[in-house]
Design a protein around this ligand. Structure first.
Ligand code: NDP
Ligand code: ZN
Length: 351
């Protein structure tokens, strides 16, 4: 089978590989639509998780089932399904502890384009199909549904980690597709003032459509100062980090009120340490909580998020600025994600 792969750090290309085997609980799928992710960019061009050789990239897909294992109960060949980016082993001890995304070790629920071949492939393998796949609901187009693999669940997880409550003042740092989904989720969760940090015009326009009340441009001055000015020196209750770099945490902690929470979903591709500013953290006594997480996968969560889309509570189709037709366009779509042109939020490739 053919796939678009990371050949090594900084190198990508088309390769031929043997088709994967389907275990008794598993499924083999062919992609119907795929989308490249900023995480693919961190993995390949920053070498963020280390060397990978001839590993097929991609972890965002809607697919069609072509084969199921003998123990799979709920899916059959021909079914169209949403494939979550994270596909845990549900029997693992970490899953029993409530952290399925770390089943088998930290970040190990993230298999596609990390530990095994991803979805930029003519055929790909999904472990524990009954637990990890969700049927594509009727009425949901495949391009929009592809945003349910990763963008919706990750942005929403940022809001869960920051534990946004009714009436909270919230700042979302970074309004690429993940941050935009965090803006939408914070609005659903009842944020009052909703500050969105970004610079590109298209992202700003969509942030407003999802409910951002104020836009903060990080290129036009320190974002902590801008937030403090807008909040009359009080800061915000919650910060979601979905962009920036290791130093963004310094700003997040600095703009947070005592008792506030930071939820980080940004994949930190470079830098060895994340610093916390001493004074702004109340010399260690400021009751500021920091958490960071990989998105949870799982069928139940996918079905619930899909129903938010079906009921019109969130419309991820606004993220889709670039559509390609045909498997061979995967390379072009990934390169677009790398170059981040001004008009780009998210590309999708319809196979
Ligand atoms: P994008 O690169 O599209 O968006 C990044 C955003 O951050 C843009 O709005 C950008 O602004 C803004 N930004 C860049 N630099 C700064 C800065 N110094 N200060 C403040 N804002 C800044 O990324 P995605 O939305 O695709 O993904 C966001 C992150 O989430 C990535 O690191 C990705 O790998 C990660 N991720 C994590 C997952 C998880 O499970 N935790 C899953 C999926 C993705 P501008 O408008 O100028 O471009
Ligand atoms: Zn992704």
């Amino acid at each position: 089978m053919k796939g678009y792969a990371m050949l090594g750090i900084g190198k990508t290309g088309w390769i031929e590989k043997e088709e994967p085997k389907c275990g008794p609980l598993d499924a083999l799928l062919k992609p119907l639509a795929v989308s490249p992710c900023t995480s693919d960019v961190h993995t390949v061009w920053e070498g963020a998780i280390g060397e990978r050789t001839n590993m097929i990239l991609g972890h965002e897909a809607v697919g069609e089932v072509v084969e199921v294992g003998s123990l799979v109960k709920d899916f059959k060949p021909g079914d169209k399904v949403i494939v979550p980016a994270i596909t845990p082993d549900w029997g693992a001890i970490e899953s029993q502890a409530g952290f399925s995304m770390h089943s088998g070790g930290m970040l190990s629920g993230w298999k596609f384009s990390n530990y095994k071949d991803g979805v930029f492939s003519e055929i790909f393998h999904v472990n524990e199909a009954d637990a990890n796949l969700a049927l594509l609901p009727e009425g949901l187009d495949i391009a929009t549904a592809t945003m349910l693999s990763d963008m919706v669940p990750t942005g929403f997880h940022g809001v869960e980690l920051a534990d946004v409550q009714f009436g909270d003042d919230v700042c979302v740092i970074g309004i690429g597709p993940v941050g935009l989904m965090a803006v939408a989720a914070a609005a659903i969760r009842g944020a009052a003032n909703l500050y969105a940090v970004g610079s590109r015009k298209k992202c700003v326009e969509v942030a407003k459509a999802y409910g951002a009340t104020d836009i903060i441009n990080y290129r036009e001055g320190d974002i902590v100062e801008q937030i403090m000015e807008k909040t009359k020196g009080k800061g915000v209750d919650r910060v979601i980090i979905a962009g920036g770099n290791v130093d963004t945490m310094i700003q997040a902690v600095a703009m947070l009120k005592p008792g506030g929470r930071v939820g980080n979903v940004n994949y930190l591709g470079t830098g060895d340490f994340v610093k916390i500013p001493r004074l702004e953290w109340g010399c260690g006594m400021g009751h500021k909580t920091i958490s960071g997480g990989l998105m949870p996968g799982g069928r139940r969560r996918m079905e619930k998020l899909a129903s938010l889309v079906l009921t019109g509570r969130v419309d991820p189709s606004l993220l889709l600025t670039h559509k390609f037709n045909g498997f061979n366009h995967i390379e072009e779509a990934l390169m677009l994600m790398k170059s981040k042109t001004a008009d780009l939020i998210k590309p999708v490739v319809i196979i």
